[in-house]
Design a protein around this ligand. Structure first.
Ligand SMILES: [Fe+2]
Length: 232
């Protein structure tokens, strides 16, 4: 969903979260999200940015924090400074692209995505107290039609700390083809242009997002994430 700035009282991102999504528990498991808000400033002059999103280039389809045992259920993006011409966001429901893949005879990709495979976590990624640290965990990249199943679509070409799930060379090729189809099947995605103060919120478990190339430096967004349900 998109909340236009005109419908929001001037406030900071956490205040907007509290008012617009009072049921949401703010996610703070990653060091960049300790305050509940990560500020992403696009800066083309950085040679080795800490995060790929700081670069102006297009960000491919992904879900956030897919290496965590329990990725946040929702992502909220608030525009602080828009890029004059670029930087639009795209959102794409995983069920829509998986259905399309079957229609175009790429069930092989659907099958690869649905296979449980080792989740390659460090200690800090065990953010669900019901699973002890170090226990092996198997998870799929994406399954169709299960709203309680997080998708784990990471940008494997930008993941400088390695793959989030174990993939064979054949499955890496399928994963790349999947991302290419996400890009190609443009009728399935929704393109969102955020102006100053606008907020985009979506399920991080079932909806992938991408960002088109920015014209240059200066685009600023604040990202928050959250859960609907507390862990029992
Ligand atoms: Fe993201």
């Amino acid at each position: 969903m998109v909340l236009k700035a005109s419908s929001l009282a001037p406030a900071d991102t956490l205040q907007i979260l509290r008012e617009a999504f009072p049921w949401m528990t703010v996610w703070r498991d990653h060091r960049s999200y300790r305050t509940g808000v990560w500020r992403c400033v696009v800066d083309g002059s950085l040679e080795n940015p800490d995060y790929t999103a700081y670069r102006p280039r297009t960000l491919d389809y992904h879900t956030d924090m897919s290496r965590y045992l329990r990725p946040p259920e929702f992502t909220v993006i608030r525009c602080v400074v828009p890029d004059p011409h670029g930087g639009d966001n795209l959102v794409l429901h995983v069920d829509d692209i998986l259905r399309r893949l079957r229609e175009i005879d790429r069930k092989d990709i659907v099958t690869t995505l649905a296979m449980p495979r080792p989740l390659l976590m460090d200690e800090r990624h065990y953010n669900d107290g019901r699973v002890s640290i170090g226990s092996p965990v198997f998870a799929p990249l994406a399954v169709e039609g299960d709203p309680r199943q997080p998708c784990r679509i990471f940008d494997r070409h930008a993941a400088f700390k390695g793959s989030h799930l174990r993939l064979s060379p054949e499955h890496e090729a399928h994963f790349d083809e999947f991302i290419a189809e996400c890009r190609n099947q443009t009728d399935l995605s929704v393109r969102v242009r955020l102006e100053r103060g606008d907020v985009l919120a979506f399920s991080n478990w079932r909806i992938m997002h991408s960002r088109l190339e920015c014209q240059g430096s200066g685009r600023v967004t604040e990202i928050s994430m959250g859960n609907e349900t507390e862990l029992s």
